[in-house]
Design a protein around this ligand. Structure first.
Ligand code: BGC
Length: 411
């Protein structure tokens, strides 16, 4: 798979000088200038940059770290706050590389959390969470979405994967990247505070071939985008499809569901699926169907016409280069979110399987449609669909994709 490094001007609105710095990976300039303050307690650290060229303001960007508790295996995991020059804050744990909270302003300038999640790692490991497997905020791999029958053939060899979703494999298998403890390094780049996460997925893990070295960098840019850079290399050919599974509710502090959110998806077709949500291979025009989001529609407007709710892959009109995957507007808060990516598809999932059995941050009960996901991706079951764009990464190649979620308001 030829992978070209791409950064989104749309998403980051960077000056060309900063863009070049990012492309050249000269982010060390401000990392070198970064200062590490003495921690307030022995378990907390702060990395700060007051690089005014980067922030265009006197306000510091910071990356701080604190304990997030211990996993059921007794491993202590950390929580990292990335705060940008405007006070926008993304909080990420190295357990599953999970985004646990995201504070963004509404139209009156008031900051509040717009994603579902828990206050402690135990929330992500509770029996109820494991049972419903919603993958809140997590990094998903080695293959996001479904692989039919948990099997694929590559270079003449058939591989059997762990099946964890009826007859199929979903989101990497029984223990996907969402349940791994990643090595984490906070920093501050020219674009804003960062968290670099690394994980080695060993040859044979969940049935996949090859040692896969994965690096994911979260950057909270100073123009209010959360950018995710995914990079990987392998020593054997393997399918790969990395994404993030955050559930958004842009009016979470007031609304229990996301049905009033207005969504635009620049996609004239979607992948038709069978009863187990495996694509049939047909790319069907959305025109005249409840899947047509080429102009803005409230999520709730036609959802009753879609059995089970939206849980489909839209075929983005633009398949390469950094392009729009979705635009979302929530009228009460005035918040907007623009999703840009270099991937050919997006899974728009409306939290259909949330059933009130999980209680998250602030005691909020997560019922049906409490959040929606926009999982940028290659199409589901691509390893078994020769007509879909290839997801095979070969030794010597570098997988690199970028998705950004940029926040704003409409008054
Ligand atoms: C899938 C859903 C699944 C959800 C949580 C989504 O990406 O498409 O079918 O229920 O993830 O597991």
């Amino acid at each position: 798979m030829p992978i070209i490094r791409r950064y989104s001007l749309l998403a980051t609105g960077l000056s060309s000088a900063l863009l070049l710095a990012a492309c050249d990976h000269k982010t060390s300039t401000s990392q070198e200038a970064a200062t590490t303050k003495a921690p307030a307690d022995s378990s907390a650290t702060t990395t700060t940059s007051t690089d005014s060229a980067a922030t265009n303001s006197k306000v510091a960007s910071t990356a701080t770290s604190a304990s997030f508790g211990k996993t059921t295996d007794g491993v202590e995991v950390r929580l990292f706050d990335l705060t940008n020059a405007h006070g926008v804050k993304a909080t990420i744990t190295n357990y599953g590389g999970t985004l646990t909270s995201l504070l963004v302003p509404d139209k009156s300038g008031s900051l509040s959390d717009v994603i579902l999640g828990f206050d402690n790692v135990s929330g992500y490991q509770s029996p109820a969470f494991r049972k419903s497997s919603p993958y809140f905020g997590a990094l998903i791999g080695r293959y996001g979405n479904r692989i039919k029958g948990g099997k694929f053939t590559l270079d003449g060899k058939t591989y059997s994967l762990a099946k964890n979703n009826g007859p199929n494999t979903l989101h990497g298998g029984t223990v996907g990247f969402n349940q791994k403890v990643w090595a984490a390094t906070p920093g501050v780049s020219a674009d804003g505070p960062t968290l670099t996460l690394k994980y080695l997925s060993k040859d044979g893990e969940e049935g996949y071939p090859g040692n896969l070295n994965v690096t994911v960098v979260y950057t909270l840019t100073n123009d209010d985008a959360l950018r995710i850079d995914y990079t990987a290399t392998t020593d054997k050919a393997t399918p790969i499809n990395l994404t993030n599974h955050t559930y958004f509710n842009l009016d979470l502090s007031r609304s229990k569901d996301v049905l009033a959110h207005q969504v635009t998806l620049p996609a004239d077709r979607y992948t038709v699926v069978d009863a187990t949500l495996i694509p049939t291979g047909e790319l069907k025009p959305v025109k005249g169907t409840p899947f047509d989001f080429t102009t803005p529609h409230a999520i709730g407007e036609r959802i009753a016409q879609v059995p089970g709710g939206y849980d489909h892959n839209w075929v983005l009109n633009q398949a390469s280069g950094q392009h729009s995957a979705a635009t979302v507007y929530e009228p009460t808060s005035g918040r907007t979110m623009e999703v840009t990516t270099d991937q050919p598809g997006v899974q728009f999932y409306t939290g259909n399987f949330l059933d009130g059995t999980l209680t998250g941050k602030g005691g909020v009960v997560y019922g049906k449609h409490a959040g929606f996901c926009l999982e940028t991706q290659h199409f589901p079951d691509s390893p078994n669909q020769p007509k879909f764009p290839s997801t095979v990464l070969k030794p010597g190649e570098t997988y690199h994709t970028v998705t950004a979620y940029k926040f704003g308001v409409r008054k």
